[in-house]
Write a protein that binds this ligand. Structure first.
Ligand SMILES: NC(=O)c1ccc[n+]([C@@H]2O[C@H](COP(=O)([O-])OP(=O)(O)OC[C@H]3O[C@@H](n4cnc5c(N)ncnc54)[C@H](OP(=O)(O)O)[C@@H]3O)[C@@H](O)[C@H]2O)c1
Length: 249
């Protein structure tokens, strides 16, 4: 049911990583709260089904197949949102991959994959959306980083590095945006029950999935934080939020 009283009613949000886990939860909650959504991921059948279900419930959503490592895809995503909804009020840059491993395993391809999605994907989002924000005089960028970048653990080094690079980009954008046009929010989840571990090597996958199963948060906990940041009045910027399971060290 669309909530027309919500501060998000009629606001347009471009959301990457919408096909599973945290992104799926964000899409569901923002749609319930009245946002118009441009849903992005590579697995287009999933986001098309999600967009159709949002529309069936009275909401507004389009699905745009997007690989965030490809700048042209991300530019097309933002343009499709503008064409459909007339504006883009926020980008939620949530797509991410985690290929865990010790640095001396030298998994260079996995390092590149994480840099390409977790850092370059965010930068591509900024390249696509900031001109829109500047021309309309307002906009909000929210990105999903990680507590992996706060407490650095073995096997998480390069993943954490990409998340902390994203954090640095967001802080730079904040300091360059004190004219009040662009708001920035970075959200650091701890363990959340999602598909993030599915592509990891078997040892990391078993360890991370055990943590997710035993104490991981429901992804809606992160979705509520994203919505909280987006719902603030335009002169209020929620810069940084950390959301851990209470029992996570
Ligand atoms: N789960 C956790 O414990 C946790 C903790 C801290 C931070 N995070 C972060 O939260 C974010 C969401 O992850 P999740 O946990 O929800 O995992 P997930 O269920 O695996 O979701 C990852 C999402 O990213 C998308 N994605 C991956 N590569 C992409 C690409 N090249 N282009 C476009 N989309 C791409 C996936 O869609 P397609 O495969 O369909 O493209 C999927 O929708 C990530 O940034 C992750 O690093 C997760």
């Amino acid at each position: 049911m669309t909530n027309t009283e919500s501060p998000l009613a009629g606001r347009t949000v471009v959301l990457t990583g919408a096909s599973s886990g945290i992104g799926l939860a964000i899409a569901t909650l923002l749609a319930e709260r009245g946002a118009s959504l441009a849903l992005a991921a590579r697995r287009v059948e999933r986001i098309e089904k999600l967009a159709a279900s949002i529309r069936a419930d009275g909401g507004r959503a389009i699905a745009v197949q997007t690989d965030v490592t490809v700048l042209a895809d991300v530019r097309d995503l933002v343009q499709r949102a503008v064409d459909e909804f007339g504006t883009v009020d926020a980008l939620v840059s949530n797509a991410g991959v985690a290929r865990l491993g010790r640095i001396d395993q030298l998994d260079v391809e996995d390092w590149s994959a994480m840099i390409d999605v977790n850092l370059r994907g965010l930068l591509h989002g900024l390249a696509a959306v900031l001109p829109v924000f500047r021309s309309q005089g307002h906009g909000h960028v929210v990105t999903t980083v990680s507590t992996a970048g706060i407490t650095i653990s073995p096997t998480m080094g390069v993943y954490a590095a990409t998340k902390n690079a994203a954090r640095t980009v967001m802080e730079a954008l904040r300091t360059e945006s004190t004219d009040g046009v662009v708001r920035t929010t970075e959200i650091s989840p701890g363990f959340v029950r999602t598909e993030l571990a599915d592509e990891m090597d078997p040892a990391s996958r078993d360890r991370i999935q055990t943590g997710m199963r035993e104490f991981g948060l429901d992804p809606h906990a992160v979705a509520r934080a994203v919505s909280f940041a987006l719902e603030q009045p335009h002169d209020v910027e929620i810069g940084s939020l950390t959301i851990r399971p209470t029992v996570q060290n």
